[in-house]
Design a protein around this ligand. Structure first.
Ligand code: HEC
Length: 140
């Protein structure tokens, strides 16, 4: 193979890799059917949201109250920044720190997934159930 052909094939492979990673990066962190049946991880996130009563400040539908609307926030906030703010809080601005909560620590990924699904409009506000009840999870 000539040097040039080698360099070219390298570029093609690198571009293909970048493209495939781009697609993987865009796949949503939750699974949802009919707006209210979700995967176990996301369900755990919703239960954590309820148990820790985040709605006291962010609203029952994440629409914002004394805290900002998380439907809006999660459009811009990265997963990393989300985890930072939930664990460390912003005590001087009224957002408590949840690093001492075992449930939050155990369900942080699901909590992000749930709120991202709400922000995307894919998950309905209110009660959720497991999608595995109809045997949907078994398909995976
Ligand atoms: C006592 C009220 C209160 C509670 C309870 C509360 N928050 Fe907050 N939260 C706030 C306030 C106020 C802010 C805005 C802080 C600021 O101005 O930077 C905030 C900010 C946030 C942000 C960052 C938003 C952004 O745009 O940067 C996230 C994410 C968040 N809260 C998630 C949660 C989650 C998840 C829970 C439950 C585990 C929760 N909050 C519980 C008051 C609260």
């Amino acid at each position: 193979m000539s040097k040039r052909a080698f360099a070219l094939s390298f570029i093609v492979a690198a571009t293909a890799l970048a493209a495939s990673q781009g697609i993987a990066g865009e796949s949503p962190p939750y699974e949802v059917v009919d707006g209210h049946k979700v995967d176990e991880k996301t369900l755990g996130g919703w239960r954590t949201w309820r148990a820790l009563a985040c709605e006291r400040c962010h609203g029952a539908e994440q629409e914002g109250l004394v805290g900002p609307s998380l439907v809006e926030s999660l459009k811009a906030l990265s997963k990393q920044d989300f985890e930072q703010v939930v664990l460390n809080g912003r005590p001087e601005k009224g957002m408590p720190n949840f690093s001492a909560s075992k449930m939050v620590n155990d369900n942080l990924t699901g909590l992000y997934a749930y709120l991202k699904g709400r922000s995307d409009g894919a998950i309905q506000p209110g009660h959720l159930e497991s999608m595995s009840k109809d045997g949907l999870a078994a398909k995976k």
